[in-house]
Design a protein around this ligand. Sequence first.
Ligand SMILES: Cc1cc2nc3c(=O)[nH]c(=O)nc-3n(C[C@H](O)[C@H](O)[C@H](O)COP(=O)(O)OP(=O)(O)OC[C@H]3O[C@@H](n4cnc5c(N)ncnc54)[C@H](O)[C@@H]3O)c2cc1C
Length: 471
Amino acid sequence: MPQKTRLAVIGGGPGGYAAAFLAADLGLETTLIDPEPHPGGVCLYRGCIPSKALLHAARVITESREAAHWGIEFAEPKIKLEKLRSWKRSVVERLTGGLGQLCKQRKVTYIQGEAAFDDAHTLRIRNRQGGEQPLAFEHAIIATGSLPATLPGLPASPRLMDSSGALEIESIPKTMLVIGGGYIGLELGTVYAALGTQVSVVEMMPGLLPGVDRDLVNPLAKRLEGLFQSVMVSTKVAEIKEQKDGLRVKFDPPGSNGAGQVFEKVLVSVGRKPNSKIPGLEKTRVQVDERGFIRVDEQRRTAEPSIFAIGDVAGEPMLAHKASHEGRTAVEAIAGRKVAFEPRAIPAVVFTDPEIAWCGLTEEQAKAQNRNVKVARFPWAASGRAITLDRPEGVTKLVIDPETESVLGVGITGVGAGELIAEGVLAVEMAALAADVSLTIHPHPTLSETVMEAAEVFFGQSTHVYRPRRD
Ligand SMILES: Cc1cc2nc3c(=O)[nH]c(=O)nc-3n(C[C@H](O)[C@H](O)[C@H](O)COP(=O)(O)OP(=O)(O)OC[C@H]3O[C@@H](n4cnc5c(N)ncnc54)[C@H](O)[C@@H]3O)c2cc1C
C-alpha cells in the first residue's frame, strides 16, 4: 500500500470508479478504496445490475405467458433458483472483474478496505484483516454512496428484507408485501411476481412513483393491477408483528381487514439515505446538510478545498449515471480545467414492465414552477411497432416551451422506454427545437418514431394521429 497519493477516491461505485479512471487517464496518480474485492459499488453488487438481470428473467417469463394471445403456448416455466442466482452472480462477477482489470490497465492502485479521515490531507485505511495504515493525499473524492432507509419500530426478523436481501432471492415466498411504491420496490416486486409470488404494495402517497407525471405512471399502474395481488395507496404501515406463519401487518387506514394481513416476506423499500457518516469527517471542514448529503459547489468541491464529493452522498437524484458524470466533473476540476456540473437533463428510468423514463422538465415541475409549457403527446396505440409488439399502452410526450418551441423535457412509458429516452436527453441537452425532432428521419417501424411523431403532434401534423392544432 502506498504512503501517499495524489488523488484518493473513497468508494468504488459508478461515481468513484469513473472518477478514478478519468484521473488516471489524465495522468493523475490515483488510489481507489472500497471494501469489495473489485470496484462496482452498490450499482454493480447490489443495485442496478443484479436487479436488471433479474428483471430480464422476469420479462421472459411474462412474455412467454403473453404469447398465448398470439397463438403460441409455452408450458409454465420451471424455476431453478440456484441457477438463476448463479447466473445473476456471474453477471455481477463479469462486470466487477472487468472493472478490476481496467484498474490494473490504468495503474490505479486499488485498496480493498475502508477509509476514515485523520485530517484534510490524510486518510486512515482499515484493511480486511483489521490493520490500519495512513494514506496522505493532495485531493480526495468522497463517493461513499447511499444505504437503504428503514422504518422505525420494525421487528428483527429474517422475513424482513431490504433491496440487497431481496436481490439474493433466497426463496420464492408465497406472499410478499412491498413497503414503498418507488422504483426499487416496483422493480423488485415485478421480479417476485413473475417468479410466482403474490405481491402486494403499500404506498403512503396517493399514487405509485410519487413525483413522476401521472400520465406516465397510469399505464404501469393499470398493468400492475393484473400482476400484483393488491396496490394500496394513501396507506401507511401501522404495525408489523412476527407470528409463526409470517409477519402480520396492520395498515392505516385499516381497509376491510382491521386485523391486518399476514405476509411470508416483507420488503422495505422506503428510499435511500446518503452514506455520509464517514469516520473522522468531522476533522475536516466538509459540511453535511440536514438530510445527510455532503454540501458541494458546482464543481463538486466541499467546504474543504482539498476534498470533493460526488454521487448519492452528494445529493439527488441518486442515480448511477449522475454519479459518474459528477465524478468526471470533479476530476476535471482537480486537473485544473474550467468545468461545472450543470446538466439540463438527467434521465431517470423505472425498469418495470412497461418501463417509464423521463428527462428534463416534467409536467409536474412546470406546474409547480407556474411555467407555461405545451405538452405534445403521442399515444403508442398509433405506433405500428408498438402494435407488432402487442404493447400499445405506451405514451411518448414532449414538454415544449411555447415561445421558443425548444424541447424542455421528454417523458416515455412503454417497452424499451429506458433506451428511447437517450434521444430525449440529447434533444434537451442540445436545446433542440420541436422542429429539429420532427424533421429528423426516424427508422420505421420502430418505437423511436413516437418521439418524432410527438413533435409532429406539437405542430398538429402527426401522420398517425389526427389532432389539428387549435391555434
Ligand atoms: C436495487 C437498486 C436498484 C438500482 N437501480 C438503478 C438503476 O437501474 N439505475 C441507476 O442509475 N441507479 C440505480 N440504483 C441506484 C444506484 O445504485 C446508485 O445511484 C449508485 O450506485 C450511486 O453510485 P455512487 O458511486 O454514489 O455510490 P455506490 O454505488 O453506493 O458505491 C459506494 C461505495 O462506497 C463504499 N464505501 C462506503 N463507505 C466507505 C468508506 N468509508 N471507505 C471506502 N469505501 C466506502 C461502499 O461500500 C460502496 O461500495 C439502484 C439502487 C438499488 C439499491
